[in-house]
Design a protein around this ligand. Structure first.
Ligand code: NI
Length: 175
């Protein structure tokens, strides 16, 4: 089932989320819903707080379908960056909670991430390039951090004002 994506500014997007204590069917359904919502948007990553659930859960798939790259949906419970490279990378980032706004953000180029998969099994993998940026961006969401928090205050305030306006417009349209 497709879920509604919260738009910044929203207090739920600024919260530190709770670890997932035990995996349940309810959480697996939630993860499926998040993947469906992400693909539909379309986006390459989504974190639970973006649909108003304050749990440490993210989904992502950075495979490029236009490159005939096979889809690779990843579901991560309690994801953690356990190591990151000194080498850094700059990507133009966007966010489904901040529609149509993009900005360059610098982050470690390579990260090792640990998480629990949908069977509750601990996984560890090294991510590089767009995957590394995406997984860091999504984990940030679990700590109430948005990509615009890396920007200079003036730029951040400008984007936030645009989002306030967008939300008002949408509320008027009743969508
Ligand atoms: Ni985001």
């Amino acid at each position: 089932m497709k879920r509604n994506i919260l738009i910044h500014p929203d207090p739920r997007l600024k919260k530190v989320c709770d670890p997932v204590p035990d995996l349940s069917d309810e959480l697996r359904v939630l993860a499926d819903d998040m993947l469906e919502t992400m693909y539909d948007a379309p986006g390459i990553g989504l974190a639970a707080p973006q649909i108003g659930v304050l749990s440490r859960l993210i989904v992502l798939d950075c495979a490029k379908s236009d490159n005939d790259e096979e889809a690779r949906p990843l579901v991560m419970f309690n994801p953690q960056v356990v190591a990151s490279s000194d080498e850094r990378n700059v990507y133009e980032e966007g966010c489904l909670s901040i529609p149509e706004q993009y900005a360059e953000v610098e982050r470690p180029k390579v990260v090792d991430v640990e998480w629990l998969d949908t069977d509750g099994v601990l996984q560890k993998e090294t991510f590089d390039g767009l995957w590394a940026t995406c997984v860091q961006h999504e984990i940030d969401h679990l700590d109430g951090k948005l990509f615009i928090d890396y920007l200079k205050p003036l730029r951040r305030q400008m984007i936030t004002r645009k989002m306030v306006k967008l939300k008002k417009e949408r509320a008027r349209e009743g969508s």
